[in-house]
Design a protein around this ligand. Structure first.
Ligand SMILES: C[S@@+](CC[C@H](N)C(=O)[O-])C[C@H]1O[C@@H](n2cnc3c(N)ncnc32)[C@H](O)[C@@H]1O
Length: 306
C-alpha cells in the first residue's frame, strides 16, 4: 500500500499478533529506508493491538485522527489468519499439522481452543460448532467431544482431527474429513478470538475515525464475517438498524457507474451517512487465484463516509 501511494503522509499498521507485526514492520522499514534515500517523507507506526482499539491507537498519535471531523482518509481491515499463522504448527490453526489446541491470534489472551473443548458446557460447544462452523454434524461431534472428556480430554489438534476422522472416513472419505475439520477449526478459532463481536466493534470504531470522504475497506474470508460486514455497512450509512436484504427498497441503489478511475465498483448504495461502494463484494480473479490459492474465499467490501 505504501509503495502504491507515494502521496501517503501517515501509515498506521495494527495486528494483534506480535510476530505478524514484526514481519510487517521489517517490510515497512526496508521501504522507508529506500524512500528516505529518495527524499520522501512518511510517518509510519505499528501497534500490537486489536483492530477494535483503532480509536485509541489513532488518538494516541494525534487526537484529531480519532474523530470524524478530521480523521483518516483510508482504513483497510484484512481479516482472518495469515499464512504464517497457519504454517506454524505450534499456533494450532492447521488442520493438517499436529500442534497444541491453541488458536489464539493474541498470544497474551487467556482462552485457548483446548479450554473450550475440555471445559466449556457441552451445549455451548455444540452451539459453537453449529453457529460458527455451520457444521451439520454438530450434535454428533458435541457428543464425541463430551465422551473424549471422560477419557482425559483432547490435547492436540491431532486428537481433534482423529475424532473428526472417525466420523467422516466411514461416510465421506478424505475430502469429507478435511471439510468437516476446516469447519470445526473455524468455529473454535472464532470463539477463541471472539471474532464476530470484535469485527462489529471494529467496523463501528473504524467508521468513526474516517474523515469526510474517507473509505473503509474490509477483506473477509468466510460467510459469517461477510454477512456482518454487509449488514453493518448498511447500518452505518443509514445511521441505525438496517435490513439485510439485498434489494431493500429503502436503499437508494445508484445504477452502474461509469467511472474510469474506479471501474471495479459496480453498484453503490447511498445513505445519509455514507455510501456503500460495493453493493456486491469484489472477489479475486481467476489469475489471482492461480497465484495465491488462499485468496479463494476472500471478499472485499468498501464504504465511504459522507
Ligand atoms: C489475512 S492476515 C493479513 C496480514 C497482512 N495484511 C499481510 O498481508 O501480511 C490477517 C491478520 O490479521 C490479524 N488479525 C485478525 N483479527 C485481528 C484483530 N481483531 N485485531 C488485530 N489483528 C487481527 C491476524 O493476526 C493476521 O496477522
Amino acid at each position: 500500500m505504501v509503495e502504491a501511494h507515494p502521496e501517503m503522509e501517515l501509515y498506521v499498521g495494527m495486528d494483534v499478533d506480535p510476530t505478524a507485526l514484526e514481519i510487517g514492520r521489517g517490510h515497512i522499514e526496508a521501504f522507508l529506508a529506500g524512500r528516505e534515500a529518495n527524499g520522501g517523507e512518511l510517518r509510519a507506526y505499528t501497534h500490537v493491538k486489536n483492530f477494535k482499539y483503532i480509536k485509541q491507537v489513532l488518538g494516541s498519535l494525534d487526537e484529531s485522527l480519532a474523530v470524524g471531523s478530521s480523521g483518516v482518509d483510508g482504513i483497510l481491515i484484512d481479516l482472518g489468519m495469515s499464512s504464517m499463522q497457519v504454517n506454524r504448527s505450534n499456533r494450532g490453526f492447521s488442520v493438517l499439522q499436529d500442534g497444541p489446541l491453541d488458536m489464539r491470534m493474541d498470544p497474551k489472551a487467556t482462552l485457548r481452543a483446548e479450554d473450550i473443548l475440555n471445559s466449556w458446557p457441552e451445549l455451548e460447544v455444540g452451539r459453537i460448532l453449529r453457529d460458527y462452523g455451520e457444521e451439520s454434524n454438530w450434535q454428533f461431534l458435541q457428543k464425541q467431544i463430551a465422551k473424549a472428556r471422560e477419557m482425559g480430554g483432547l490435547h492436540s489438534t491431532g486428537d481433534l482431527v482423529k475424532l473428526i476422522q472417525r466420523k467422516c472416513t466411514i461416510s465421506k472419505g478424505r475430502q469429507g474429513w478435511i471439510k468437516t475439520a476446516t469447519r470445526v477449526f473455524q468455529a473454535l478459532r472464532i470463539a477463541v478470538n471472539d471474532e464476530l463481536r470484535v469485527l462489529e466493534d471494529s467496523l463501528h470504531s473504524s467508521f468513526d475515525c474516517l474523515a469526510t470522504g474517507g473509505r473503509l475497506a474490509v477483506v473477509s474470508f468466510h460467510s459469517l464475517e461477510d454477512r456482518i460486514v454487509k449488514k453493518t455497512f448498511l447500518e452505518l450509512i443509514h445511521g441505525g438498524e438496517a435490513d439485510d436484504e439485498e434489494d431493500d427498497d429503502d436503499n437508494l441503489t445508484l445504477p452502474d457507474i461509469d467511472d474510469e478511475d474506479e471501474p471495479w465498483f459496480n453498484q453503490r448504495v447511498q445513505g445519509r451517512n455514507g455510501i456503500v461502494l460495493t453493493k456486491r463484494p469484489i472477489t479475486p480473479s481467476q489469475e489471482e487465484e492461480k497465484l495465491n490459492q488462499r485468496c479463494r474465499s476472500a471478499k472485499l467490501r468498501v464504504i465511504q463516509k459522507a
